[in-house]
Design a protein around this ligand. Structure first.
Ligand SMILES: C[S@@+](CC[C@H](N)C(=O)[O-])C[C@H]1O[C@@H](n2cnc3c(N)ncnc32)[C@H](O)[C@@H]1O
Length: 267
């Protein structure tokens, strides 16, 4: 198993076997919600089209793809102990928020991912990265994982876009795997805290609609999500496979819960 080099909310590393088993063979795997790329790293397609709406993430992957070891060595500098202090963290975070895309910005994004609180990726309304310092003793520098990613990335194209335009690029011999931000575990959450969700119920429906359209054109689309009444209704045209997973529901750790994981297979 190949580990992603970024910490990412909703990372699929632990569910890889189940997901890979549901993906048919094909010439190219398209992942419109790439995140840390766990599925990309642990499947064997000839070509990959990898996309995410987060420009910082896609710039980092492109930098690593182009610069490889030189970029890894550049990043290593930022993992020296003198940079693992609160004041230094906030200085580097401010620099990240000011500069334009390039090697420095990509390296700082990796630094923030490994030194920030819980590996979170969060921005304020003006687009500034605003995750607080993580207070880790010794943040791990993922050199080997970055190298493995760079090797595999020779077969990949990275784009920053909304999922709909990415899915429209699928052709008959392609396979699409979608891992969107999940619907809330409790279906009523959409109506009580609508504004908190960057990915709305409308977006979820837009995704289900695109999946159905692609299946009509003989492209298999697999979507991960929580299993609940909203997703069962939304994916009624797909074959549904569900299985239990252990996850944290709230961040204070008091309420751990079983919310089944769903794979909707449109083919
Ligand atoms: C659950 S994460 C994917 C996790 C990934 N499978 C992994 O193993 O790390 C969802 C991703 O969707 C991206 N995203 C959110 N809205 C999007 C949109 N409208 N179009 C494309 N990507 C989007 C987020 O930036 C995030 O990286």
């Amino acid at each position: 198993m190949v580990r992603p080099f970024l910490k990412w909310a909703g990372g699929k590393y632990r569910l890889i076997d189940r997901i890979a088993a549901s993906l048919p063979p094909g010439k190219r795997l398209i992942e419109p919600f790439l995140g840390s790329g766990a599925v990309f790293l642990n499947t064997q397609y000839e070509r990959y089209l990898l996309a995410d709406i987060n420009p910082d993430l896609i710039h980092l992957y492109r930098t690593l793809q182009q610069e490889r070891s030189e970029f890894i060595e550049y990043c290593r500098e930022l993992f020296q102990p003198q940079w693992n202090r609160s004041e230094r963290y906030y200085e580097l975070r401010a620099e990240f928020n000011e500069i334009s895309p390039g090697i420095r910005k990509s390296a700082l994004f990796l630094y923030l991912n490994r030194h920030g609180y819980n590996g979170l990726c969060r921005y304020n309304l003006s687009g500034g990265f605003n995750v607080p310092f993580g207070k880790y003793k010794k943040p791990y520098f993922p050199a080997n994982e970055m190298l493995a990613f760079a090797d595999k990335a020779k077969r990949a194209t990275f784009i920053c876009a909304d999922f709909e335009s990415v899915m429209k690029r699928a052709r008959r011999d392609h396979v699409v795997y979608c891992d969107p931000p999940y619907v809330p575990i409790s279906p009523t959450a959409y109506f009580t805290s609508y504004a908190k969700h960057g990915f709305s119920l409308h977006d979820q429906e837009r995704l289900a609609f695109q999946a159905k359209r692609l299946a009509q054109r003989q492209v298999t689309v697999v979507i991960s999500n929580h299993e609940n009444e909203v997703t069962r209704a939304m994916y009624r045209d797909a074959k549904l496979v569900s299985f239990p997973v252990r996850r944290f529901i709230s961040c204070n750790g008091q309420q751990r819960g079983q919310a089944d994981e769903l794979l909707a297979i449109f083919s």
